[in-house]
Design a protein around this ligand. Structure first.
Ligand code: ADP
Ligand code: ASP
Ligand code: MG
Length: 463
């Protein structure tokens, strides 16, 4: 069996959905489990409606939900010919959104919006897209069953970024999905959403459908995990920043993890872990150009002479400099710093130390004030916001001299605030000002990929 995950832009309108039906039909013989995102922009619209309700503007919150209803209705009318089927589905969708309107009313009245409510609201996007896709398949004569992900995707209660319980998921997914596949049906289910053991809806965090696909793939022992999106695969940079970006035919799990972690949105950062565990190849494919072969992400790809494979970037980074003249090199200083971050559940991305200071970066600033306060109890602290990480990735960087030199030559007019070469030695990360990211990525791309290196690894992307 295989997992086929389709992202928001792959189901943004009737034409895109029709295309998804065709792509899935082409793989029918391989027992696909289809994992779906909400239609493009739906999750944002849903979350916006809840936040507007919190601001007290219930009318605008309802208007936001009405627009979303209209988008789904238009999609349905253009996708399914059978009038009575369409009417029935519109009724269901209207009912779901009416429930959200009531929830928004509660948010306005209470003046309170918890992550638990946000998850309940956000989860509706995937519920609607999967309902529509599964019906569109059924009316076209495909054997299909829609399985609610909340029946098997069991998570903890950390709403908005819930952690999956792999043991329970494996058991439940095998029990509910495998018999359906065995009966010859295609399974459709939601990405992104899950449930606590008590049945409260959770989500895995923004962009989490990729992660859902990988978790389900690992739970069922899939032969491959296909991630269908709006670009040809994993590229040498974000094509929105570097238009000359090329497709990579194959990369390693390790390279993909680093890229995803440092901002390549094409994959959710947690996607690769379950795949590594079960050694399941992940293939990134373009639903707009299904004939393209995509990028294969595997444990041990054939060795390539390409030193740098891709460049990622992540904005919204905060740098914290911590100095202590008294204790700096003292035993326990670093551990007292990190215990502050641990207490506030804040992940540290990059760390560098010098004789006089420790610098580190975070992207979650929700507890920054408290962290600063606690650090100031034993050190001097300065905080710099609106920074970004630019990260150069490639397995061969480990054994090649001169890469650092080329990176700095390419960035000779960019102010580099911090440097960190990952312990894995397959990435080099630089912290720069947020407003220099575009220029930095473009200049690095020019240095390493323009003109196109004559290697079998790269493939030009057709415009
Ligand atoms: P989906 O809705 O299918 O999950 P996303 O928008 O989450 O799609 O991810 C796809 C986008 O990721 C692309 O449109 C592209 O702009 C961006 N991206 C960033 N870095 C890369 C990269 N290295 N390779 C490919 N795409 C990238
Ligand atoms: N729909 C969710 C989001 O927009 C999950 C996903 O698309 O991966 O974050
Ligand atoms: Mg995504």
């Amino acid at each position: 069996m295989i997992i086929m995950k389709f992202g928001g832009t792959s189901v943004e309108d009737a034409r895109a959905m029709e295309n998804v039906v065709k792509i899935v039909k082409g793989e029918q013989g391989r027992n696909p489990v289809v994992v779906l995102s909400a239609i493009a922009g739906a999750t944002n619209a849903l979350l916006r409606s809840a936040r507007i309700a919190l601001d007290g503007n219930l009318e605008r919150a309802h208007a936001e939900l009405n627009v979303l209803l209209e988008r789904h209705v238009t999609l349905l009318e253009n996708l399914i010919d059978d009038r009575s089927e369409v009417q029935q589905l519109i009724l269901i969708i209207r009912k779901r959104l009416d429930e959200l309107k009531t929830l928004c009313q509660g948010i306005t009245i209470l003046g309170e919006l918890t992550n638990r409510s946000l998850d309940a609201v956000a989860s509706v996007g995937e519920q609607l897209s999967t309902l529509i896709l599964s019906r569109a398949m059924a009316v076209r004569g495909l054997p299909v069953e829609l399985i609610d992900a909340r029946t098997f995707m069991i998570t903890d209660g950390q709403f908005a970024s819930a952690a999956p319980d792999f043991g329970q998921i494996t058991q439940k997914a095998q029990d509910s999905i495998l018999p359906v596949l065995r009966s010859g049906k295609i399974v459709v289910t939601q990405g992104f959403i899950g449930s606590t053991p008590k049945g409260i809806t959770t989500t895995l965090g923004r962009g989490g459908s990729d992660y859902s696909a990988a978790i389900i793939g690992a739970a069922l022992g899939a032969e491959e995990i296909q991630i269908w999106t709006d670009v040809d695969g994993v590229l040498t940079a974000d094509p929105r920043i570097a238009p000359a970006a090329m497709k990579l035919k194959v990369i390693s799990f390790r390279e993909a993890s680093e890229l995803a972690y440092f901002g390549a949105k094409v994959l959710h950062p947690s996607t690769i872990l379950p795949a590594i565990e079960k050694n399941i190849p992940v293939i990134v494919l373009n639903s707009k150009r299904p004939q393209s072969t995509g990028t294969r992400i595997v444990g041990n790809p054939p060795k390539s002479n390409a030193v740098v494979k891709s460049i990622a970037s992540k904005k919204g980074i905060t740098v914290i400099n911590i100095q202590s003249s008294r204790m700096l090199m003292a035993y326990g200083f670093l551990s007292s710093i990190f215990s502050v971050f641990q207490r506030h559940k804040t992940a540290v991305d990059l760390v560098s130390t010098s004789e006089v200071a420790v610098s580190l970066t975070i992207d979650n600033t929700s507890s920054l004030e408290l962290i600063e306060k606690e650090l100031r109890e034993f050190a001097e602290v300065s905080v710099y916001e609106q920074k970004a990480i630019v990260c150069v990735v490639g397995e061969q960087m480990r054994s090649t001299v001169g890469v650092v030199d080329r990176v700095f030559r390419a960035l000779n007019d960019v102010n580099v605030i911090m440097i960190s070469q990952g312990a894995s030695e397959i990435n080099m990360s630089l912290v720069i000002d947020e407003n220099a990211v575009t220029r930095a990525v473009q200049q690095l791309h020019r240095e390493f990929f323009e003109p196109v290196p004559e290697l079998d690894l790269f493939e030009q992307v057709d415009a």
